[in-house]
Design a binder for this molecule. Sequence first.
Ligand code: PXP
Length: 247
Amino acid sequence: MSKPLRLGVNIDHVATIRNARGSAYPDPLRAALLAEAAGADGITAHLREDRRHIRDADMAALKAGIGIPLNFEMAATAEMQEIALATRPHAVCLVPEKREERTTEGGLDVAGDEARLAAYVSPLRDAGARVSMFIGHDAAQIAASARIGAAVVELHTGHYCDLHYEGRFAERDAELAALREGAAYAHSLGLEVHAGHGLTFETVAPIAAIPEIRELNIGHFLIAEAVFIGLGPAIAEMRRLMDAARA
Ligand code: PXP
């Protein structure tokens, strides 16, 4: 049997709903505590440059309030590095960020920015954060992530999920094969492998079955499903599907 697979629950979109009305509710910390009680292994939150969902105060409240690891997702900017060093999260995941995008659309170009990123991750590692690079499955990005001293690569599953929902199944299966190959290659370089973006009840099993993957980070679908069945049951069902795929 493969090693256990952790579930990181991304609670960004609880803050999206709150910010849509400028209200004080729903509280992302309350969602994080509920996720923890429902079996999440970690909480992920993305402090975007434009603060469209999670805000600085949310990140501090999460760090202080939860009993499971906090994964701080952020762009590789000086401002975010300073906040992360002050917050001292368990993990930092570096993601590309463009203001005009709706979500994180592609992976980070580690290979094209290697020297800067090597210098950027060094103080985060020294502060004890497990640094992760959110990248596509291509070998050049994986190898560059290992060279700059990242402990983890998180493989972007968004394209695989899009192809599934567009009914382009042959292309989806080719993308899945490439993700499998990327996971094996990253593992062979000593990197811990995570995956995430766009995962749902329908798409999670083939990703959860990739034996080198140790953690999935899932947000938007779980928060959306919470509207219908509640956050705890949505997380429990995701956990069940992950475990079944892994067995
Ligand atoms: N992993 C990373 C690095 C992300 O940027 C995101 C989205 O913020 C996720 C996982 C979760 O994606 P989703 O919200 O689509 O499940």
